[in-house]
Design a protein around this ligand. Structure first.
Ligand SMILES: [Zn+2]
Length: 203
């Protein structure tokens, strides 16, 4: 909590506390946002509250690729224009946005919702690996592109998936090394991502 909590009215404290839980929002920013919302017309505050609640109510995970979606299967899984022989594996739904932005990848995706991290207690059964293997089994997929982050957890996850998938007779590729170590895909620029996709190599 911030030092001004005793000077604030209780409802403001509550709002500051909730805003402070958001990523990248420290106590000072939380306080600034809370006072901004206090000044904003009630209608705008209502629109914000509604937007938050409708995301929670209407967004689910695609039962095929586990991307976030408001219809199941998601638009990408449903599309006739996607190449069904390729599946790109990413850690988070936001990574799909980054890759789609390059406009060069036309295959399908699979979202793991995390990466293997023994230090943070994330094991192989905590991310969507079992679902991936079930999906690949008997599918027309001939290439799996590992697009996990280039940090320690992402590399460990890629190696683990490579060991599991290559015995299935499916080509396993990894995004090219153009991505600097420690890069989160979500924050990579289009040019770097395009090169990383085009220059992907077999593991
Ligand atoms: Zn999907």
């Amino acid at each position: 909590m911030n030092d001004n909590s005793s000077a604030n009215a209780e409802p403001i404290n509550r709002l500051v506390q909730e805003l402070n839980k958001l990523p990248g929002i420290g106590p000072k920013s939380a306080q600034r946002l809370a006072y901004y919302l206090l000044r904003t017309p009630e209608e705008n505050a209502g629109l914000l509250a509604d937007a938050i609640m409708s995301v929670k109510r209407e967004i689910t995970l695609c039962s095929i690729c586990f991307n976030v979606t408001d219809s199941d299967p998601c638009r990408i899984c449903r599309s006739d224009e996607r190449d069904r022989t390729k599946v790109c594996i990413v850690e988070q739904p936001q990574d799909i946005l980054a890759l789609e932005h390059t406009r060069i990848y036309k295959g399908l995706y699979h979202v793991l919702h995390g990466a293997i991290s023994p230090t943070e207690g994330v094991g192989t059964e905590d991310i969507r690996i079992k679902e991936l293997l079930e999906r690949l089994n008997g599918s027309p997929v001939d290439e799996v592109i590992l697009a996990t982050n280039t940090n320690l957890e992402g590399e460990q996850t890629a190696l683990y998936l490579h060991r599991l998938i290559s015995p299935l007779g499916i080509k396993v590729t990894r995004l090219a090394r153009g991505l600097p170590f420690g890069t989160e895909l979500e924050y990579a620029d289009d040019v770097t991502l395009t090169h990383a996709l085009e220059d992907r190599s077999e593991l």
